[in-house]
Design a protein around this ligand. Sequence first.
Ligand code: NYM
Length: 212
Amino acid sequence: MSCRRGALIVLEGVDRAGKTTQCQKLVHALQQSGRAAEMMRFPDRTTKIGQLISSYLEKKSNLEDHTVHLLFSANRWEMVPLMKQKLEQGINLVVDRYAFSGVAFTSAKPGFSLEWCMNPDIGLPKPDLVMFLQLNPNMAADRGEYGIERYETSAFQRTVHQRFEELMQDSSVNWKVIDAARTIEEVHKDIKLLSECIISLAENQPVGELWS
Ligand code: NYM
């Protein structure tokens, strides 16, 4: 008998919503409760493609806007064999950003439709659950100065937030909105509960394909 597969759980949100902290806490909590869990993040800056992206984000290099969008997508695709392998082994994957960030950030640039941006990510492993850490971009800005990387301005983040709102209209994706304006522990409690439910539901179902 094959083992139960792991769940693919994604956390999304604008910068400073607390995604990374919450991903780490979730992985830890799942492991504490005896479940196999690992964290992944996109962009994965460790690969050759990831290094091109990282240099672009740090403003050490310039890349044409379509090109960098496709690199972000390629950075996800190059991890797909590993993701599938881990899910099949029963490891729950907790992912810090995924294709939704890809679409929200590029489509916040002038001249990019949601549809064009979604295309290269069609067919990626479909998350069983996408939790959107909802934080008003003004509150996100109040959490301290934005960093110096590309996209880290209040005006751009407001547009990114609007694009996420549009993406969340798509009922083919299992979106859950989490109020991220609360304490770290309150937010974690909700995330943990939702994740535990989806892990039980996903284990007997095949991994789906995103947007296809
Ligand atoms: N970003 C992230 C994109 O523009 N496209 C993508 O596909 C992904 C996954 O990269 N501002 C942006 C969002 C962030 C930046 O993310 C780096 P992080 O989580 O700060 O490393």
